[in-house]
Ligand binder design. Structure first.
Ligand code: FES
Length: 574
């Protein structure tokens, strides 16, 4: 047991000044009695619940389960809100606000009498935002993710939210299904509370939190409405109290080894390309050096083994029954750092002892993988000097080596306006290019990178073409989409020099993306580009434009990253 005098909360509640009495008195107004002030750790429950974030709409019930655990272990739970980021509603994109939420999380923790914190998240950006904030605050922290929705089903066909909705929308555009069937899909694709049911960004980031060691084992895949999620939440409430007594902080868990484990796991599960940006940003907060090259190096010798949409065929519920993330990491055991510490206080190797794979259809072995390499590949070349990403396991194999003429759109609205135009000069070899959709150009780095297939190609039965942009794409998307081209067009990257008719060469096995135009001509064209008018002149938007880094660095704000030698925390907030 830790000496109560060493707790952060002690400084708020115990002393002989007026404010000590006042703080106790005001907390008593919530109905808390003497037990709240007898030296127990105060546990903050950082809740991203919001009815505007439908994926997180059940987190108040999850918080109640956490509170039971905290009380049972001898702590005092105090729940608090932060802003929440609902992928479905927020404009122009939730990514614009990830860093804002991370700052809210950090400052809410550090400004208050909190000794440890339980982070409740779910929808895509809420998970990295909380991990970034917690890494910066650096007090004992444990995460409880919200879990995936129940699987959808339509006319006997399993429906994965996002992935199958997009596929069926293409069927609608091509005339393969009608309006009546489309309306039926709306009623059954999103069956319960929880995040998207495929290995989209939310499921991937829940898996990243678990593989980093920031959740209790097995938490990522439990369905949102399964009673076992509430049991896990209660157990997390109990565990955080012990973590406070042990002074087990994120800076001891978020090591270089933990990040390498997370990247490897990301590759094995065919995780969302967004995980690249988020892990870079979280590592930056933890003071751990991580780069795109680490992703590519690890991807090359990590087999893709989890057969889950959008790269595979099963849904998160199937993944849970197959053993979930512990089973994947057990398979990866020869490749991961077993010594990495987790929130349990034990190592990852200890946690994986006795874990089995329960369904070999869903989780393959390293000897019989779905793909010999990991889900994401990093590309470089004259079109992306600082890098680009592609989810190779969700791309069309015949397009992984491809040369074609570019059809270029300077802005997304121009692309949307023309995509159904039968006069658009495109064929199945075209490389569709979108510029000005990156962190500054979007603005906010929107998920536009899964560019729609031109209507006339869809109707002709073409379901995939090479697409290149400086945007991100939803983790639920699929196709031969080259994303996160860096530097982006808006800051003078060569993507901005591409013109319709130029030849682009993609070679994923060689990790190249080349613009087949003379370097001098690229420079000339870039010099001719008119300066961009900033999207924001005031407020948070201006702060974002002034401070955000490029995609290959994680898109955090420059002033929020920690220098590697500072690892050890925000000087342990007091
Ligand atoms: Fe929230 Fe997919 S929309 S996880």
């Amino acid at each position: 047991m830790r000496d109560p005098k060493t707790l952060r909360s002690n400084k708020w509640f115990h002393g002989d000044q007026y404010e000590h009495l006042a703080r106790r008195a005001w907390l008593r107004s919530e109905g808390l009695g003497d037990a709240a002030f007898d030296g127990r750790p105060v546990i903050g429950i950082c809740n991203s619940w919001s009815e505007l974030t439908n994926c997180n709409a059940h987190l108040r019930q999850v918080a109640e389960a956490v509170k039971r655990g905290v009380w049972a272990a001898g702590g005092v739970p105090l729940e608090f809100p932060t802003i929440s980021l609902g992928e479905m509603f927020m404009k122009p994109t939730t990514m614009l606000f990830r860093n804002l939420m991370s700052m809210d999380v950090e400052e809410s923790i550090t400004a208050n009498p909190i000794d440890g914190v339980v982070l409740l998240c779910g929808c895509d950006k809420t998970t990295p935002a909380q991990l970034m904030g917690a890494a910066s605050a650096n007090i004992p922290s444990i995460m409880v993710t919200g879990g995936p929705m129940l699987s959808g089903r339509w006319h006997g066909r399993p429906l994965g939210s996002g992935t199958d909705g997009r596929k069926l929308f293409e069927d609608l555009r091509a005339g393969r299904i009608g309006e009546e069937q489309w309306a039926e899909v709306e009623g059954c694709i999103s069956r319960s509370a929880g995040h998207c049911t495929v290995m989209g960004t939310a499921s991937t980031m829940a898996s990243m939190a678990e593989s980093l060691g920031m959740t209790l084992p097995g938490g990522a895949a439990i369905p949102a409405v399964d009673s076992r999620r509430y049991q896990l939440a209660e157990a997390s409430g109990r565990r955080i109290v012990d973590m406070v007594h042990e002074d087990l902080k994120p800076s001891r868990i978020l090591s270089r080894e933990a990040f390498e484990n997370a990247v490897r796991t990301d590759m094995a599960i065919g995780g969302s390309t967004n995980a690249v940006v988020h892990l870079l940003a979280i590592a930056g907060r933890a003071g751990v050096e991580l780069s795109l090259d680490d992703f590519d190096r690890i991807s090359r010798d990590t087999p893709y083994i989890a057969d889950i949409k959008p790269s595979g065929q099963y849904l998160m519920e199937d993944f849970f029954y197959a053993g979930g993330l512990p089973s994947v990491m057990r398979e990866l055991r020869p490749l991961i750092h077993g010594e990495a510490l987790t929130v349990t206080g034990r190592t990852m190797a200890e946690e994986l002892q006795g874990v089995e794979v329960r369904n070999r259809e869903v989780i393959r072995s390293l000897d019989a993988p779905l793909n010999p390499e990991g889900g994401t590949a990093i590309l470089y070349g004259s079109l992306a000097p600082d890098g680009a990403v592609i989810k190779q396991t969700a791309a069309s194999p015949h397009l992984l080596r491809h040369r074609g003429k570019a059809c270029v759109f300077e802005r997304y609205d121009a692309l949307r306006a023309r995509i159904e135009d039968d006069d658009l000069e495109v064929d199945e070899n075209t490389v569709l290019v979108l510029q000005n959709a990156g962190p500054l150009g979007g603005p906010g780095f929107p998920e536009w990178g899964h560019l729609p297939i031109p209507g006339k190609l869809l109707k002709a039965g073409v379901n995939d073409i090479v697409r290149v942009s400086d945007a991100r794409m939803s983790g639920t998307s699929f196709g031969t989409d080259v994303l996160h081209v860096s530097p982006e067009a808006a800051v003078g990257g060569p993507l901005g020099a591409v013109r319709t008719g130029d030849e682009i060469e993609l070679d994923v096995p060689a990790r190249r993306i080349e613009l087949r135009v003379e370097e001098s001509e690229i420079r000339r064209r870039l010099a001719e580009r008119p300066p961009q008018r900033p999207h924001y002149r005031r407020g948070y938007g201006k702060l974002f434009l002034d401070q955000v880094t490029q995609a290959h660095l994680g898109c955090d704000f420059r002033f929020l990253a920690r220098e590697p030698e500072e690892n050890g925390g925000r000087a342990s907030v007091s």
